[in-house]
Design a protein around this ligand. Structure first.
Ligand code: TYM
Length: 351
């Protein structure tokens, strides 16, 4: 069976929050745990067929450390920040037996490949990307080249593994489009065979901000709940979500109330959300009750992750081994792709 390749990554600019978890990690887990029956024939003249449960995906999940240093950051604490993401991955259920877990900069082929790709991309195209514009607004004093180059490196991350699927949230769609354009351009110009990668979309591909405006984001204070938050913190954060009188002709589609209802749907199901919507246009919603039940539902999902995390924190050697092994496996694939590209671009001799 020809396995489909999958790659995804998360930056190390802060603790993982519910947006990262629902939009990306849940998708990574779903693909990891997607087992199907596959038929093998047993060799040496024996025509017996054997059925095994295997995964139809070849999975590469990384910490995007190089994508984290294009904004002001603390080099001293950075190794720890990278490690925290690995711990979050493992605690959330990623299993190094089933996927390759690695750190982006441990596979230097990504950077080399990204330079080769950059020859096919115009500066104008990069200047118009929404994340670039956003970062320019956030850090006007630090508009560096790496920021502009960001989507090209991301395309290299994805295409180094000839990935078909990318579990990411909707905010990454413009970057995915760049990766698709680069794949097409490289194929057309140099006769390569890159697939055009697609988003693997989860139910929570756009988790709203707790402020009621925009999406949950590491860089917006008061917008997020972290995977490591305890029940008290979650309660406090939900208490701060702006609401209204709880009753009206039409259920709000934006703002704090809409954000709460979306979180209810994600953690308590569609039926529960509908129940609140019915209450809103009839007797009214009691936000105190809604927030209490939602706090519990969120914590119920996070508690086992937090328990696994504190176990993993004790075993430093284990995490080191996983990362080292991951880099080795990732490099095998990425170096092969890089060789193909260099050959096609006339950078190495054909024997
Ligand atoms: P980053 O670190 O900003 O976010 C990591 C993942 O979390 C998703 N996400 C969300 N999903 C739903 N709702 C939200 N509110 C929300 N906030 C964040 C993001 O969509 C992302 O999937 N450029 C990437 C990292 C990266 C990468 C890659 C991803 C580098 N190379 C290659 C995939 C493939 C980023 O900055 O993600």
């Amino acid at each position: 069976m020809n396995k489909k390749r999958v790659l995804s990554g998360i930056r190390a600019n802060g603790r993982l929050h519910l947006g990262n978890y629902l939009g990306a990690v849940k998708g990574m887990l779903e693909l990891q745990n997607n087992l199907e029956y596959e038929t093998f024939s047993i060799p040496r003249g024996n025509d017996l067929l054997r059925q095994l449960k295997t995964n139809q995906y070849d999975l590469f999940y990384m910490v995007a450390d190089l994508h984290s240093i294009n904004v002001p950051y603390n080099p001293k604490g950075f190794q720890q920040a990278v490690r925290e993401v690995v711990l979050d991955y493992l605690a959330a259920g990623l299993d190094p037996q089933k996927c390759t877990l690695f750190i982006q900069s441990h596979v230097p082929e990504h950077v080399e490949l990204s330079y080769l790709f950059s020859t096919t991309v115009t500066v104008a195209r990069m200047l118009h990307l929404p994340t670039y514009k956003e970062k320019v607004k956030q850090h006007p004093e630090n508009v560096n080249m790496a920021l502009l180059y960001y989507p090209v490196l991301m395309a290299a991350d994805i295409l180094a593994y000839k990935s078909n699927l990318v579990p990411v949230g909707d905010d990454q769609l413009p970057h995915l489009e760049v990766a698709r354009e680069i794949a097409r351009k490289m194929n057309d110009t140099y006769g390569l065979d890159f697939p055009e990668p697609e988003q693997f979309k989860t139910k929570g591909s756009r988790v709203p901000s707790l402020t009621g405006e925009g999406k949950m984001s590491k860089s917006v204070e008061g917008s997020y709940i972290n995977l490591t938050d305890d029940i008290k913190t979650i309660k406090k954060k939900l208490a701060a979500v702006p609401t209204d009188s709880g009753q009206g002709e039409k259920v709000p589609e934006t703002g704090g109330v809409a954000a709460l209802l979306q979180l209810v749907e994600l953690f308590q199901g569609f039926a529960k959300k509908e129940e609140y919507e019915r209450q809103y246009v009839a007797s009214g919603v009691q936000y105190r009750v809604l927030k209490e039940e939602l706090t519990e539902a969120i914590y119920k999902e996070l508690e086992p992750i937090q328990e696994r995390r504190s176990e993993l924190e004790k075993d430093k050697g284990k995490v080191d081994r996983i990362i080292e092994e991951g880099a080795k496996k990732a490099r095998e694939v990425a170096s092969q792709t890089l060789q193909e590209v260099k050959l096609a671009m006339g950078l190495i001799m054909i024997h």
